[in-house]
Design a protein around this ligand. Structure first.
Ligand code: PBG
Length: 329
């Protein structure tokens, strides 16, 4: 039945009516806050990330303080990235049991045992060449040789207290290798959140400034997905599910809503969307310039990712969003 019998505005006619029929919930318990933990910062020191106003590199103590406030605000958890003092060709600080992510993990788990502790598993922050795996003589990233190093890293993070390890390297076979290594080490309860559909994106620019992880030559197109390849992204994600991933991720988020929708429809695993550094920077800089209402824009973006099919969202806006959601309630 069309107009005038059907009138869509009837369902929008009052606040009570709008709330009654609203379809998508957004709650702080759906959000993960990424943190950059630096080995070279002294206790109490914080360093602003220029391209991401409001985001700072933290000491281990600073990361614990952020974890505390994440818990107080009702966020699901934190996602740790490490900035090591030492880099080398293989990224050996990544699997150092006394490494910065490991020490931060232990400290955060002790301070906030109920907060979900997620760690990013990759080598690019730890290698002197900035690529996500080890290289052959010609500068190509070696897949199978990298897998073992990733497995050592994941096991080391899990031993230090990570509830979830999140491989972001995009090597083939990493999820299966990580699962087997964790199980071998009696870490069967550690979950794997696979960065499955991770694209070679310009939106990671500010992150690479924050983490000092830009590749020193070339780019990541030999391992990350090409922007236009949606079918390949779905294949990649379903392979991660087959290998034993507990959760999948689409990254970046805003220009990839079609894939969030497609994966939510085609796979039953919980799905994460990563609202990445460049997406945060766009909103923050526009808001600081007075061009956007930050609060309304952020809540709109996060709601739209939930509507597209994301169960959880990783976002640098997490603390602000949690505060705004409390005010709205
Ligand atoms: C590490 C990694 C990156 C991001 C998450 N893990 C950078 C990259 O792949 O170059 C990007 C996160 C962001 O932009 O917020 N491989």
């Amino acid at each position: 039945m069309a107009f005038p019998v059907t009138r869509m505005r009837r369902l929008r006619s009052s606040k009570a009516m709008r709330e009654f029929v609203h379809e998508t919930d957004l709650d702080a318990s759906r959000l993960l806050l990424p943190l950059f933990v630096s080995e070279t910062l002294g206790e109490g020191e914080r360093e602003p990330v220029e391209s991401m106003p409001g985001v700072e590199r933290l000491s281990i103590g600073g990361a614990v303080a952020e974890a505390r406030s994440a818990k107080q605000l009702g966020l699901a958890g934190v996602l740790l990235f490490g900035l090591p003092a030492h880099k080398d060709g293989r990224g050996s600080s990544a699997w150092d049991d006394e490494g910065v992510v490991q020490l931060a993990s232990t400290a955060i788990k002790q301070a906030e045992p109920e907060l979900l502790l997620v760690t990013d598993v990759c080598l690019c922050e730890y290698t002197d060449h900035g690529h996500c795996g080890v290289l052959d003589a010609g500068g190509r990233v070696l897949n199978d040789e990298t897998l073992e190093l990733l497995a050592w890293t994941a096991v080391s993070h899990a031993r230090a207290g990570a509830d979830i390890v999140a491989p972001s390297d995009m090597m083939d076979g990493r999820v299966g290798v990580l699962r087997a290594a964790l199980d071998d080490e009696q870490l069967a309860d550690t979950a794997i959140l696979a960065y499955s559909a991770k694209f070679a994106s310009a939106f990671y620019g500010p992150f690479r400034e924050a983490a000092g992880s830009a590749p020193s030559f070339g780019d990541r197109r030999g391992y990350q997905l090409e922007v236009g390849n949606g079918r390949q992204a779905l294949r990649e994600a379903l392979l991660d599910a087959d290998e034993g991933a507990d959760m999948l991720m689409v990254k970046p988020a805003l220009a990839y809503g079609d894939l969030i929708g497609a994966l939510a429809a085609s796979c039953d695993l919980p799905l994460a969307a990563y609202n990445v550094s460049g997406e945060y920077a766009m909103v923050r800089h526009a808001a600081l310039a007075g061009a956007l209402d930050e609060r309304a824009t952020v809540l709109e973006i996060l709601t739209s990712l939930r509507r597209a099919g994301a169960d959880v969202i990783i976002t640098y806006h997490a603390k602000d969003a949690a505060r705004w959601l409390q005010e709205r309630a």
